[in-house]
Design a protein around this ligand. Structure first.
Ligand code: KIV
Length: 260
């Protein structure tokens, strides 16, 4: 196999400028990361969604920095070359700028991440600016922000009415001005994502926000049927690894019963 070179920020910007689609997936452990590396995915997000997909919580809110660092370290070992982003968990950046910079720095120093992500718009611009000033690439996250689902009224499309749509467009501009190197739009209407993408000077990544963005993020466990609780409407399924594993386990049990 051809040796893969390390994905660096200028290479992502180059892809954006050339309109070459940027690929991005979530990843939570070493075996997954190993596969992601072989496939050659550009950006890997160690999402706090691991609280639900891997740790079995009902939401992402109980996830701690220690959980995230441990998983990010494992993912880094599996994918040395992808652009690795650590997702800042609940209450590790909301309280103050100092917490935000300190915790962002932990992802870089302790887990070897290439950047971090946090949720929120203009209200987070001071955190984004401080993290960027510390030399840490920071991705913004707008639309459905899972750490605020209670305030947002659940897991649903954001920005359907003109006022909310305007708000999201303004937030995207505020994050870019504060120094975000990229912005993720989760469950935003296609036309709003298209508008933001058309105006942005940084890569826009879509998660369930239509095809017009510079890149698409897919959640690994949704791609391969590995999360049993629910399948989001936006999920694109590329295989059913969950079924393959279940059938294998049943086959194993049958083989043992035949011996007894
Ligand atoms: O935690 C995560 O995987 C995320 C995505 C849902 C964007 O933040």
């Amino acid at each position: 196999m051809e040796k893969r070179s390390k994905v660096v920020l200028p290479a992502l910007l180059e892809k954006m400028q050339q309109r070459v689609p940027i690929t991005m997936v979530t990843c939570y452990d070493y075996p997954m990361a190993y596969l992601v590396e072989q496939a050659g995915v550009d950006i890997v997000l160690v999402g706090d969604s691991l609280g639900m997909t891997v740790l079995g919580y009902e939401s992402t809110l109980p996830v701690t920095m220690e959980d995230m660092i441990r998983h990010a370290q494992a993912v880094r070992r599996g994918t040395p070359n992808a652009f690795l982003i650590g997702d800042m968990p609940y209450m590790t950046y909301q309280v103050c700028v100092q917490d935000a910079v300190r915790n962002a720095g932990r992802f870089m120093a302790e887990a070897g991440c290439d950047g971090v992500k946090l949720e929120g718009g203009a209200e987070m611009a001071d955190r984004v600016q401080a993290i960027a000033c510390a030399g840490i690439p920071i991705m913004g996250h707008l639309g459905l922000t899972p750490q605020s689902t209670s305030a947002l009224g659940g897991f649903k499309v954001q920005g359907k009415d003109a006022t909310r749509a305007r708000h999201i467009v303004d937030d995207a501009r505020a994050l870019e001005q504060a120094g975000a190197f990229s912005i993720l739009l989760e469950m935003v209407p296609d036309r709003v994502a298209g508008l933001i993408t058309g105006r942005a000077g940084v890569p826009i990544i879509s998660l369930g926000s239509g095809p017009q963005a510079h890149g698409q993020l897919l959640i690994f466990h949704d791609m391969f049927g590995l999360y049993p609780r629910f399948k989001p409407k936006m999920a694109k399924v590329f295989g059913n690894a969950g079924e393959v594993i279940l059938n294998g386990l049943r086959q194993y049990i049958r083989s043992r019963s035949a011996v007894a």
